[in-house]
Design a protein around this ligand. Structure first.
Ligand code: ZN
Length: 159
């Protein structure tokens, strides 16, 4: 599931709202700052994010599209709830714009920089089957070799 291309959500109905609500709860319990539907076994273009942990900052992004990346390109060490114990320095643009539907199915646009922009990009990668281990430098690979091998055994991951 983590390697699949997720599919657009055709309509934001009660089931989708329930899944989004469950994902927000799971994200907080983890705890994490973001969670994408493929991480809970659903091939949907949907993720949730919260850069602060304050419930007032919970956000749901359905069928998100990213645009207008703003420099500079910045390195930052990311973790992933689907890849326990692995941290990878990932280079991404500092700012970005997102267009998505909210939990009520209403379209919105937002721009962010710093941590929130990074969360959007990390979770968006999940919708396209991309993981932080795809972005490892040679040094990161050496540092994480044992953990990745362990994951491949545990989950039968390819490559
Ligand atoms: Zn992740």
């Amino acid at each position: 599931m983590l390697r699949r291309q997720a599919l657009g959500v055709p309509q934001v109905d009660a089931e989708v709202r329930q899944v989004a609500t469950d994902m927000l709860r799971l994200m907080h319990e983890a705890p994490g700052v973001g969670l994408a539907a493929p991480q809970i076994g659903l091939p949907w273009r949907l993720f949730v994010a919260n850069p602060t942990g304050d419930p007032a900052d919970d956000r749901v992004y359905i069928n998100p599209v990213l645009s207008k990346p703003v420099g500079p390109q910045q390195p930052y060490e990311e973790g992933c709830l689907s890849l326990p114990d692995i941290r990878v320095e990932v280079i991404r643009p500092f700012g970005i714009t997102i267009n998505a539907l909210d939990i009520n199915g209403q379209p919105f646009e937002a721009a962010a920089d710093g941590l929130l922009a990074r969360i959007w990009q990390h979770e968006f990668d999940h919708l396209n089957g991309r993981l932080i281990i795809d972005k490892m430098s040679r040094l990161d690979r050496v540092m994480n070799t044992k953990k990745i091998k362990g994951l491949e055994l545990d989950y039968g991951m390819q490559g």
